[in-house]
Every structure is written in structure tokens, then in C-alpha cells.
Design a binder for this molecule. Structure first.
Ligand SMILES: Cc1cc2nc3c(=O)[nH]c(=O)nc-3n(C[C@H](O)[C@H](O)[C@H](O)COP(=O)(O)OP(=O)(O)OC[C@H]3O[C@@H](n4cnc5c(N)ncnc54)[C@H](O)[C@@H]3O)c2cc1C
Length: 309
């Protein structure tokens, strides 16, 4: 494992200052970041980790001012088991419950789940094994040429076909959430990007502090459905989150594109579940190894819409 210096800030300001130093990274539950440090995934691995868990009061779930507020250090277990989240924001509770294993959900945080790196097998190896373009601007997308069974069916952002891996992201997009950082408040749909190894718009010294979800309008039902190869724990091959009241609502797909993908054509087909499924898959264009995902999109959207009837 790469050696690193561990900084233990006692305030958000101290953490931001520490992250302002060259080659440092925020550490939350460590379930993503420490694995990467062990695998020497990148020539630019951090020298300093800034432990956000030493900052008080960054883990909470509360309803306030017409919205649900979740501290970025709240664990996925706490979200999955919260009676408030389960009753009013069920897509999010279900998405958190479907992440990985109980041990990883006990350690992993919502902030880390949103900021995690991509899990493309051409990227998650020792840095010099594949000339991946996310690690090297002169590289190429190895997955485009190689085994792309788990990759995008809606094209590539910046030439990369790795999918955004977060289960909570599509649920938060469907629920129209906002991400609060030390610099800004953004719609969750605008939070993700493809920028080298980064998956978010965060600056190097920017920290997610809170997730805000508006209280759904009366009569809204939400659901999250995930299909993965292993039922015990696995990343989504395809996931779908729906939040709707009758024929009005939001639908977001996971596991199919570099970003969580809002399916507006499917939303326009609501409340017809079958038509929504067909519409959600309408723009898809499979790679050589992943055409199976197109049928998964149709079926999962149909089921998720039917579940929220
Ligand atoms: C075996 C395995 C299976 C998995 N399966 C799934 C799955 O099915 N679904 C799924 O969604 N995920 C899955 N994951 C990923 C897992 O959910 C993430 O590792 C976890 O949510 C990350 O949270 P963390 O707190 O441990 O983040 P860390 O590992 O501490 O950090 C992850 C990244 O986020 C950054 N970061 C963390 N918190 C903040 C913050 N507040 N502000 C700014 N940046 C921050 C870190 O700098 C780092 O780059 C799996 C992981 C493993 C190891």
C-alpha cells in the first residue's frame, strides 16, 4: 500500500485547508479510497489523506424546512434503516440498502458513495497495466476495444465508457435532490462529470457536506430497483429509480452511462409502465458485449413504474 500522511481535522475549515495542499484526498469510510491506495491504481495517488470522520456533526438525518437533510458522513446503513427515509423517500432507503455488503454499508458514507471512482476493470488495476485514458490523457478507452460487458449503452463522455457506479445517485436524481458542498449547492444531476479519474465537479479542496431532498408532494411514491449478477452484493448492471405521483414524475437510470441518466422520454410516457420502459431504452446503442442491458432497462423501468402506481 502506498504510504500516506493522515490528517485529522476537527472542523470543515481545517479539512478544506488540508485538502488545499498538493496531492491530498478526503477520506470518509475508506471502502473505495483505501482499496485504490492498496492497488497502486494511479501514478498520482494521494500522499495525504484528510480524515473527515474526525469532524464533529457531519452524520445526521433530519427533516427540516420542507426537506430531508443528510450529513455527508452518514453511513449507508443509517440511511437504509432510517424510518424517516424508509417512509417518505423509499427509493433512497432501498438504494442505500442495495449497496454492497452490510460491512461496507456500515463503513461507507453517502458522501463517499456519490464521490466514488469508477470501477471499470481496466482502471482498477496497477496504474501501468492498461493505458486507460482516465489515468493518462494520451491513453485510450481499453473497454471500448476489450471486454465491455459492464459498460455504457448510451455512448461515452470524453471517450470513456465506464459507468457511474453509485446506487444512491439515481435515487437522489429521481427525488430531485441537491448536493451541498463547501463551495456551492448544486442539483444532483449537475454534480457528476467525467474528468480524468474524477467522477464529480468537486475541486480538490471542496467537500460535500450535506444532501438535501425536498419533501415529496402528497401522493408521491418512489422506488429503486437494481439488477446485478450476484444477489448477495454486486454493482448494478442496470438500476432504475422512479419518484412519481400519477403521470408526473422523475425516472433515472444507473449502471448504463458515465453519469446517472435521467430518462425524460420515459417520464413523458407515464403512467404507462410498458411505454415508459420502451421509451427509456429508445436511445440506447449497445457495445459488442452488453446488448443484454437494453432489455434490462425496459423491464426494470416497467417494473419500477408499476411498483409506484
Ligand atoms: C466490494 C465492493 C462492492 C461495492 N458495491 C457497491 C454497490 O453495489 N453499489 C454502490 O453504489 N457502491 C458499491 N461499492 C462502493 C461503495 O459504495 C463505496 O466504496 C462507498 O460508498 C464509498 O464510501 P466511503 O465513505 O467508504 O468513501 P471513501 O472510500 O472514503 O471515499 C470515496 C471517494 O469519495 C471521496 N469523498 C468521500 N467523502 C467525501 C466528501 N464528503 N466530500 C468530498 N469527497 C468525498 C474520497 O476522497 C474518495 O475519492 C462497493 C465497494 C466495494 C469495495
Amino acid at each position: 500500500m502506498k504510504e500516506f500522511t493522515l490528517v485529522k481535522p476537527l472542523s470543515i475549515d481545517d479539512a478544506v485547508s488540508a485538502l488545499g495542499e498538493a496531492n491530498s484526498a478526503a477520506l470518509a469510510g475508506g471502502t473505495d479510497l483505501l482499496g485504490k491506495m492498496k492497488s497502486y491504481y494511479s501514478p498520482t495517488m494521494p500522499d495525504t489523506l484528510v480524515n473527515l470522520k474526525t469532524i464533529p456533526d457531519m452524520a445526521y438525518i433530519k427533516e427540516e424546512s420542507g426537506m430531508l437533510k443528510i450529513g455527508a458522513l452518514t453511513t449507508l446503513t443509517d440511511i437504509a434503516e432510517s424510518s424517516t427515509v424508509k417512509s417518505n423517500y423509499s427509493a433512497l432507503a432501498e438504494a442505500a440498502r442495495k449497496v454492497a455488503t452490510p460491512e461496507l454499508r456500515n463503513a461507507g458514507t453517502i458522501g463517499g458513495n456519490l464521490c466514488q471512482g469508477v470501477w471499470c476493470w481496466y482502471l482498477r488495476t496497477e496504474w501501468n497495466h492498461f493505458n486507460c485514458l482516465r489515468k493518462n490523457p494520451n491513453g485510450i478507452c481499453q473497454a471500448l476495444l476489450g471486454d465491455n460487458r459492464y459498460h455504457s449503452i448510451f455512448g461515452a463522455v470524453a471517450g470513456c465508457v465506464a459507468v457511474n457506479p453509485s446506487d444512491t445517485a439515481p435515487a437522489l436524481v429521481a427525488l430531485d435532490a441537491k448536493i451541498v458542498t463547501t463551495n456551492q449547492t448544486v442539483d444532483v444531476g449537475d454534480f457528476f462529470t467525467v474528468d480524468g479519474e474524477n467522477t464529480t465537479i468537486l475541486d480538490d479542496d471542496e467537500i460535500v457536506t450535506e444532501i438535501q431532498v425536498p419533501t415529496p408532494a402528497s401522493g408521491t411514491k418512489s422506488a429503486f430497483i437494481k439488477y446485478s449478477q450476484r444477489k448477495s452484493f454486486d454493482f448494478a448492471l442496470v438500476s432504475v429509480a422512479v419518484a412519481r405521483a400519477g403521470s408526473s414524475g422523475r425516472i433515472c437510470l444507473g449502471g448504463v452511462y458515465n453519469l446517472p441518466m435521467r430518462a425524460e422520454s420515459a417520464e413523458a410516457a407515464l403512467p404507462d409502465a410498458e411505454a415508459a420502459g420502451e421509451a427509456a431504452a429508445s436511445g440506447a446503442s449497445a457495445l459488442p458485449n452488453n446488448s443484454y442491458k437494453i432489455q434490462l432497462v425496459k423491464t426494470l423501468v416497467k417494473r419500477a413504474v408499476a411498483t409506484t402506481a
